[in-house]
Design a protein around this ligand. Sequence first.
Ligand code: 3HC
Ligand code: NAI
Length: 697
Amino acid sequence: MTEAIVYERIGDIAVLSAQNPPVNALGIDVRRGLLAGIERAENEGARAVLIYGEGRTYFAGADIREFGQPMQDPGLPDLCNRIEAAQLLVVSSLHGAALGGGLEVALSSHYRIAVPSAKMGLPEVNLGIMPGAGGTQRLPRIAGTETALEMITTGRHVAAAEAFDKGVIDRIAEGSPREIGLTYTRELLEQNAPRRPLCDMSAPEPVDFDAIYDKVLARGRGQLSPAIAVRAVQAACEAPSFLDGVRRERELFMELMESEQRQGLIHAFFSERAVSKLPELADVMPRDVISMGVIGGGTMGAGIATAALLSDLAVVLIERDDQAAAVARGRIEDNLKGALKRGKIDQAQFDAMMSDPLTLATDYAALSKADLVVEAVFEDMDVKREVFAALDANCKPGAILASNTSYLDINEIAAATSRPTDVIGLHFFSPAHVMKLLEVVVADQTAPDVVATGFALGKRLKKTSVRSGVCDGFIGNRIMNSYRKAADYMVLDGASPYQIDKVMTGFGFAMGPFAVADLAGLDIGWAARKRRAPTRDPKERVVCFSDMLCEAGDFGQKTGKGFYVYEKGKRGGAPNPQVAEYIERDQRDQGVTPQVFANDEVLRRYMCAMVNEAAKVVGEGIARRPLDVDMVLLFGYGFPRFWGGPLKWADLQGLDGILKDIRRYAKEDAFFWQPAPLLEELVADGRSFDDLNNAGQ
Ligand code: 3HC
Ligand code: NAI
């Protein structure tokens, strides 16, 4: 018996309790313990086995850290088959999360009971795999093909009540998993309840699998695992026997296990947990934040205030005058109405949030109690400095003063106050109450407990927080500027914006860069280009077709026209015919002879630009590790999760090939395509970005 599973005999019942914190993952020790426990119970003549988890959960799934390593016996599929074949009654008692292999162990048991708060599901597709221990065969038998397909292809966590309705569990009871499990098992023994192996049930009803496969594939924007899982459920219906179905499931599971997408998604799983754990903050206590201030109630300020209200923080929002304050209040109300419509809050919560915890004011004196203030006024250094001087004069000692600036220097902003140690960047993404990313921008003098408070606030607002150093655009916007430039250069050289958008949506982005620019507003980039023009290096290539659009007053979706023309009531837009004229004019003016770009070449240049700038961001210490960059792109810029992030993608493609291509492009434009020193170093040493992640750099 291993320590991970403790065996105990209570009368006729052998109790197997899992003790493998934090989530009772089904690693090798747990699997061996369960197998040994079942055998011992049989040998000792017990009449039943009760399986449950100590600590916070039943089994949360296979141990993901074992993936990619040689499999050790017993494997989970064999273990599940053995549990199901046990000649005594097997009961599982569920609490916390019964996920993936965890639910598969429960489905191999003959009876299932759960506490009301238990959640269960088969979320493997979100890791780029699919259930591989009989889940695709047993779930449709007990819950029906349609329910199983929905649960398996979405990976959704189902609450106990719904699982009961769908027949996945047999009973719900209040209490500890041990107590409710023992009571239920005793009752079953008293009733002489029969063993109930799901493998003995008849095959489930078939559905139109080809149609569902196509639908699921399209929904995944290139992610394969949900679609492949459909074929495994199909086998449950069509294979000659249960065991044939299990064999088919195993083949498909192994195919996905070998895939790059599995590597990308598991990288994302661990990185999103690792990204906000900063060793230097391990012993630093964050400051208390109960009341928040927000300066400016435009797009961002209203979104940040909404996010704070949704997380039960009191908010004081300062605007320039009463009229602007009323408009800001309206924006927050609209945001909260959206949350109400989506079922995130109920009417009573909506009413409460719009009254007591929200104060609109025009006088900074209203901020006297605020523990943390986020400034979200116009992107102009003079205005920001003025606001921070006012904050310095009005906020209590110890209050944290944060800026939501997209590009400006936090050190310069901090210098407008007498307390630069309390100043930090908290860079939210639009819409701030929806987008998951928060860049915590640490300036030269920012105090460690201010950084810790930034991360604590991010957690409270349910954001993925990433530490960034100070530079123009921080991690995300700096990298975005680089791949946007690559896209603009390709258009000037002959690719069309629509080709590039199509290639990038084909790669897995929800939108291509030109559709995104239309959505964000073309005037934003235009203003930035004008601001930078005086300091631009003469060696840098200039692209004018976007300026021509702006000069014509076409700023994208908000004016109904940009790279695309938008019709009211229609989703998306059609290509704007004027864009081709502007591009041709730009080419003529600059004496550029357009060339044809193959789709592969478009993708390669776009991604090489992204990877190269990302490597510079890591090399300069702006991002702590490659995985920090990956999480910024995933949570702030719609990078397809199944690639894990640009630097995981780069590792999967091979860094030497990427560097070779960058050097090839540099022959055309040596200014833009300067290889990142870190990339050159890694290639020379034969190392990967993941090696840097693992070294904790
Ligand atoms: N294997 C290994 N480690 C795991 C794990 C797993 N299945 N699930 C969670 N962990 C680790 C996390 O990495 C984290 O480690 P850290 O403290 O070092 O960062 C720790 O456990 C706690 O996890 P969370 O921070 O996520 O804790 P939460 O309480 O927020 O969430 C959870 C708990 C809902 C169980 C969540 O961790 C989760 O969703 N886990 C993954 C569940 C899953 O996908 N299971 C399927 C696995 S694949 C499988 O079973 C294949 C089979 O079909 C053959
Ligand atoms: P916006 O123009 O929508 O809103 C700015 C608001 O600030 C206006 O309501 C204005 O009345 C108010 N304001 C200006 N000066 C003020 C002052 N002295 N005191 C109080 N209020 C004042 O701008 P937006 O888009 O909300 O941007 C705000 C900041 O957030 C900028 O720094 C921007 O770079 C940054 N940001 C913007 C993002 C976006 O997608 N819009 C994303 C992330 C950051």
